[in-house]
Design a protein around this ligand. Sequence first.
Ligand code: 13P
Length: 258
Amino acid sequence: MNRKYRKTIIAGNWKMNKTPSETKEFMTTFKSILPKGRWCDVVFCVPAVCIPAAVRAMRETRVGIGGENMNANASGAYTGEIAANMLVDAGCKYVIIGHSERRAMGETDADVNAKVLAALEAGLTPIMCCGESLEQREAGITEEWITMQIKAGLLNVPEDKIRKVIIAYEPIWAIGTGRTATPEQAEEVCESIRTVIRKLYSSKNARAISILYGGSMNEKNAFELLAQPDIDGGLIGGASLVPEKFVQIIEAANQPTA
Ligand code: 13P
């Protein structure tokens, strides 16, 4: 983290977990234990049907709510899909785009790029995900792969909008497996992502953008991961479903930075 130049963000990704009733219950507990003095922004990306309950529960707080996906089109015959302006109207400020679980369902880099552009246009903050598979890591092509994903995902994102984008590095082999990247492995990739942003935009923009790590981040390993200079927060799956664990990760962000 480096709070001098950029925001620290602790974001939960609930994936396909919790009903609206369970959301209400979770948020009540979470609010009662949420530390008052926080050095980070807190976000929950929740299933679409849980958004109203989450927004209602967090109305008087500075906790942001987001969607887990969106369609790049503004409206039309796309049964089952959700447009950016629907998320905005429901009270969302964020949206996860290009999660590896969605890419595994067929989402391409071009889809990710179209969604990022549409999210920015609608005033949402996209949390754009990238990450390599175990095979790619073992083949030694992690950096090339991530660079390609970042360049493709950010195509045509203008210079004055790039700071609105949050990038989440989530190695696929670390997601839901309990096998976290070491702080050094995660830092190495997050640093290389910042270098890509520097080359695409400028040093100032590269310094200002928040890059999160995701993949089995929990209350035990968060402190060390967040201590890395280029890891500006976390995108947390499993551990965001338990209020006490998520609060401990938020507390781990309360550490001095460079
Ligand atoms: P886990 O924290 O459950 O590994 O999930 C990470 C993730 O995919 C967040 O988007």
